[in-house]
Design a protein around this ligand. Structure first.
Ligand SMILES: Nc1nc2c(ncn2[C@@H]2O[C@H](COP(=O)(O)OP(=O)(O)OP(=O)(O)O)[C@@H](O)[C@H]2O)c(=O)[nH]1
Length: 378
């Protein structure tokens, strides 16, 4: 019971927190997808007043329908244009989700003004809330789902209270087309909105965990290459804006195959974890460490290449002083790594160029006898 409470609290915290960079990137793609879908659906709405006119509907109804459809189309194009500016506006997913929910409420209000029971019992229009909440799952941000759900519940609850207050007699809440509006059925609808919000929030939570897993290396729990690929462009941008320098160190454990060959793969795995523990312990806050291949790691330091060389070389020496015990009782074996460094922006303006430069220097370090850090071409 206690464990379940703790788990639920963790889920709530995860859903209410600002997602990390990768999740925000994925969410921005979802926002664009929702905006495109909204634009298509809005264009289809224009057909409804046409169908109404062809079906013999009144001119007034057709004009109201046309006005509503044009209004929705203008906003749908606006949200689409903003969503194309990927992550320029932090408020965009909240604003567009609020629009989707409020557009549903506005249509229900328009229906209620014409015929009170229609405002609360139109199932088709009420489903607009369900769609608005479900679509927030594509934004991969629990805060947006909870916000949209809460907004739908508040707006629909307020509309129901106003309709009940306006009905001077129970007969006014009876309709041959829409059935009877009762407090019980309205309570059920609010409860359904709560349930749909919670289910959508759980979908977002699971998606976030899957995205997180896809960016994490299973053996060392370090971020992996995918994570680095997604995160580093923003770091480059901020370094460029601040006029700073950054150094990428490509680190490769020396003679790693020998550990596997002489002590087995399992000992090799533990050796990797040992190296990572040392790297983690000695890296400073703000430095990024990722595992990008078998025994290859990237350390990103927000420092010029000279200072970065001193730091990486100090880590290399520290690793040499902490030998690894391959088997219980066996002699501890020294581990070492070689590293090649490359500086941003001088030596490469993107990750692949920096990695190529750092890899050339890493190969030089290997050729020169390993257990060394190289920051310049010889
Ligand atoms: N145990 C274990 N071994 C791995 C893992 N990933 C890669 N390897 C092994 O690491 C070894 C790397 O060998 P090589 O590329 O020849 O490199 P090396 O022996 O470190 O030699 P140098 O890099 O030249 O110093 C291979 O035997 C891979 O099978 C892993 O996750 N666990």
């Amino acid at each position: 019971m206690h464990a379940t409470g703790g788990r639920l609290r963790d889920i709530a915290i995860a859903l209410l927190s600002r997602p990390d960079e990768i999740m925000l990137e994925v969410g921005a793609g979802g926002e664009l997808l929702v905006a495109r879908l909204r634009a298509v659906l809005a264009a289809m709405l224009l057909l409804l007043p046409l169908a109404n006119a062809l079906g013999g509907g009144s001119v007034k109804e057709t004009m109201i329908g046309l006005g509503g459809a044009l209004f929705v189309n203008v906003f749908a194009q606006l949200w689409l244009a903003l969503a194309r500016q990927r992550r320029q506006f932090r408020w965009l997913p909240f604003a567009s989700a609020a629009f989707d929910v409020s557009a549903t409420t506005l249509v229900l209000i328009a229906l209620a003004m014409n015929h009170l029971p229609a405002g609360l019992n139109s199932l088709i229009v009420w489903c607009g809330y369900v769609l608005a909440i479900l679509l927030t799952a594509l934004r991969s941000d629990g805060r947006i789902t909870l916000f949209a759900g809460a907004l739908a519940i508040v707006q629909y609850g307020a509309l129901a209270l106003v309709v009940f207050a306006l009905a001077s007699s129970p007969e006014q809440l009876l309709s041959s087309d829409y059935g009877a509006v009762t407090a019980g059925s309205q309570g059920q609808r609010v409860l359904l909105l709560v349930m749909i919000t919670l289910i959508t929030a759980m979908v977002v939570y699971r998606m976030q965990r899957l995205i997180e897993m896809s960016g994490t290396d299973g053996l060392t729990r370090l971020p992996n290459r995918t994570w680095l690929l997604h995160r580093i462009p923003r770091l480059f941008e901020s370094v460029r804006q601040d006029g700073d320098s950054l150094t990428l160190a490509l680190i490769d454990v020396d003679h790693f195959k020998r550990i596997n060959d002489s002590h087995g793969h399992h000992a090799g795995d533990r050796a990797l974890r040992h190296v990572v523990a040392v790297l983690r312990e000695l890296s400073e806050p703000g430095e990024w460490l990722a595992r990008i291949g078998g025994q290859e790691f990237v350390l990103v330091l927000r420092k010029p290449i000279g200072t970065a060389w001193e730091r990486v070389d100090a880590i290399r020496r520290a690793l040499g002083e902490r030998p690894f015990e391959a088997e219980r009782g066996a002699d501890a074996m020294p581990l070492s790594f070689s590293a090649g460094l490359a500086g941003f922006p001088q030596e490469g303006a993107d990750l692949s160029r920096l990695l190529r430069r750092a890899d050339n220097r890493l190969q030089q370090a290997k050729l020169q006898g390993r257990n060394r850090v190289i920051a310049r071409d010889s």
